[in-house]
Ligand binder design. Structure first.
Ligand SMILES: [Zn+2]
Ligand SMILES: [Zn+2]
Length: 327
């Protein structure tokens, strides 16, 4: 087939020329760029709604390393309130969200330094005289929510309602740490807040939120074990109230799913539009082998218990983008 010979030759020559070009510096640069683009597009969007600056003294550099190790693409920083000596801060025992966490200014500074990595919420001690103007100042500076509210006040106190009014005016969610007899008291009444503020999205976090997935929950038991009876307050409210969401972070979030994986898998499926991934861990490694890294353990657990790619993506980023109005 003489007609094909020149073609084959041409192709061989072209291949040879291409290989030579691949060795050239221009092509090296090009393939580096290509590899970068491939890894960026292969990296699924993963938003962590619950992290802190200076968490038990952890440096910003270690926080960044931790988030990168977990594969987090964007992190929401939750500042502490002011060091105000009063019952709502347990007269100082709960300063810095009881974890040496820094306030609004530190979070805002980190966002300005790394705008591609971080966004932040505004916060203040709920019953401080100037709580509303302080939170409003940072909302005006771009805060995308209010929290982490971790103070010893009734969850429907007059001051809390003023804060929910502020959230309503700015169209931002409020993230609350519910802990029996310690922070945001009166969880069993919280449905009344959900009804009073139908346009405000509330994100519930911590022990009392997660204990109450169980209809048989004993409120004083912060880390319950064993099989879950479906239909606890948290389960019911996630079903009944479109403005109620849950933050999967911390040991309490992880415990709610590891104590009964069968219930956990079903819970993930039925509330796939209402659950937001968060880590809230203070370690510097960001890997499941690190004992305290509940963030990376939760990522692995979601991958295990949520086989549906669409549901998983909602939990990892879609729900958060909607609730926090992130681009
Ligand atoms: Zn926290
Ligand atoms: Zn961690």
């Amino acid at each position: 087939m003489p007609a094909r010979a020149p073609l084959a030759l041409t192709r061989r020559r072209w291949l040879a020329a291409s290989s030579a070009a691949l060795l050239g510096s221009v092509c090296e640069k090009h393939s580096a760029l290509l590899a970068q683009a491939t890894s960026a597009s292969a990296r699924p969007e993963l938003i962590d709604i619950h992290q802190h600056t200076n968490y038990h003294g952890r440096s910003d550099a270690d926080l960044i390393k931790h988030q990168e190790a977990m594969g987090v693409t964007k992190t929401i920083l939750l500042p502490a309130g002011s060091d105000a000596l009063r019952p709502s801060t347990h007269n100082g025992k709960s300063f810095g969200l009881a974890a040496r966490v820094l306030g609004n200014e530190a979070a805002y500074r980190l966002v300005k330094e790394y705008p591609d990595k971080f966004v932040f919420c505004a916060n203040e001690v709920t019953d401080l005289e100037n709580a509303i103007p302080v939170m409003e100042k940072y909302l005006k500076l771009g805060a995308c929510g209010i929290g982490e509210q971790k103070f010893s006040v009734e969850c429907d106190s007059a001051e809390s309602l003023k804060m929910y009014d502020l959230a309503k005016a700015y169209g931002v969610p409020v993230l609350l740490h519910f802990q029996y007899k310690t922070y945001n008291l009166g969880y069993e009444r919280f449905y009344q807040v959900l009804e009073k503020y139908p346009t405000v999205n509330f994100i519930a976090h911590a022990q009392t939120t997660w204990g109450n997935v169980d209809a048989a929950h004993k409120q004083e038991n912060l880390y319950p074990t064993g099989k879950v009876t479906p239909g606890g307050l948290t389960d019911k409210w996630l079903t009944n109230y479109p403005n109620f969401f849950a933050d999967l972070s911390a040991g309490s979030g992880l415990n709610a799913f590891t104590r009964d994986e069968e219930h956990g898998a079903a819970f993930f499926m039925r509330h796939q539009d209402k659950l937001l991934y968060g880590s809230d861990c203070q370690d510097a490694l960001g890997v499941p082998e690190e004992k305290n890294c509940c963030g990376s353990k939760m990522i692995a657990l979601i991958r295990k218990l949520v086989p549906d790619e669409g549901a998983r993506q909602k939990i990892f980023s879609g729900n958060t983008k909607r609730v926090f109005k992130l681009a």
